[in-house]
Design a protein around this ligand. Structure first.
Ligand code: PEP
Ligand code: MN
Length: 338
């Protein structure tokens, strides 16, 4: 159940409204949007008389039952105004098409800086770079780890681009102090202890869909993070496992559309891990913009042929520049700020 509060509801009254429900044994999540504030009631609400609450509580404008299992991330909570997440002066959400770009993994100081400067000049707003890499084989390059994160932070300081990097477990939290967006990779989408742990962090979380997870499961994982205290979750479709073998994964564009309909959270997509093939990345990026996503995360490299990870799907810096020029024209038609 969610109660949408009157625009001028006083904080004191909101606090006592919340306390009252918690004393009755419910959990609550306060969700502050740009247009309105909502209080989600978690627990068995079957016996709650919604109309009675609305009529007897002056700070409540209206209430709705949420039948889905995901509550705080539900579109119903912020029906008309989607959540826009601010990272420095970068906005991610409705009205924007935010391009996140950078290498699969941070390999060296020179590599990350070269890429950061180039993607910035092409129009990327956030720099990505994996330091801790989840690899299928233990014998493959595992990332430059803590040192890699430091290189990424230096690239941020040099270029001013906010950074995003994947956290693989809770013991790494302290290392992520200067990372602006914390990424949960596909393989960890249902690592509930990790989801709860990033729910306690101050930075926004970029949550990638698991390889074989449903849209509902992705939303439930986002719910874990929000219910643990972090309202700033960016959902990311990155391709799912299907019977197809010609692509690394199958980009689920319907998921992008559905996620936008089912949730108020920003939704982006990753054409690189979906495709696994460089020549598909730009066409898919354009398709992602066309179906209404709030951004993309795309892998780039100064020398894809010698990349230590995912070179085959990485755009070189010139190809990325060309893609950006194309996306800028299209974003204008969609009336989105890129
Ligand atoms: C990544 O973005 O670096 C990555 C490992 O992607 P995914 O978790 O989607 O496989
Ligand atoms: Mn990769």
């Amino acid at each position: 159940m969610v109660f949408i509060l009157e625009p001028k509801a006083e904080q004191e009254k909101i606090n006592s409204f919340i306390l009252n429900w918690e004393e009755k044994g419910f959990s609550t999540i306060l969700s502050v949007g740009t247009e309105h504030t909502a209080v989600c009631l978690i627990g068995n609400t079957a016996a709650v008389d919604l109309d009675h609450v609305v009529h007897t509580t002056d700070i409540v404008a209206y209430g709705k039952r949420i039948t889905e299992r995901y509550k705080a991330v539900n579109r119903t909570v912020h029906e008309n105004v989607s959540t826009v997440i601010k990272v420095g002066d970068v906005s991610i959400g409705e009205g924007f098409f935010t391009v996140i770009s950078g290498p699969c993994s941070v390999e060296s100081e020179e590599q990350i800086l070269t890429i950061a400067k180039s993607v910035k000049s092409s129009g990327a707003r956030v720099l990505r770079g994996g330091a801790f890499k989840p690899r299928t084989s233990p014998y493959d390059f595992q990332g430059t780890r803590a040192e890699g994160l430091q290189m990424l932070v230096r690239a941020k300081n040099e270029t001013g681009l906010p950074i995003v990097s994947e956290i693989m477990n809770q013991t790494q939290i302290e290392l992520f102090e200067d990372v602006d967006i914390v990424q949960i990779g596909a393989r960890n989408m249902q690592n509930y202890d990790l989801l709860r742990a990033v729910g306690g962090m101050k930075q926004p979380v970029l949550l990638k869909r698991g390889l074989s997870n449903t849209i509902e499961e992705l939303l439930m994982s986002a719910e874990y993070i929000v219910a643990s205290g972090n309202p700033n979750v960016i959902l990311c479709e990155r391709g799912i496992r299907t019977f197809e073998t010609m692509t690394r994964n199958t980009l689920d564009l319907s998921a992008v559309v559905l996620l936008k309909q089912k949730s108020h959270l920003p939704v982006i997509a990753d054409p690189s891990h979906a495709a696994g093939i460089r020549s598909l990345v730009a066409p898919l990026a354009k398709a992602i913009l066309a179906v209404g996503a709030d951004g993309i995360m795309v892998e780039t490299h100064n020398d894809p042929a010698s990349a230590l990870c995912d070179g085959a799907q990485s755009l070189d810096l010139e190809q990325f520049g060309t893609l950006m020029n194309d996306l800028k024209k299209r974003a204008e038609l969609e009336e989105k700020e890129i």
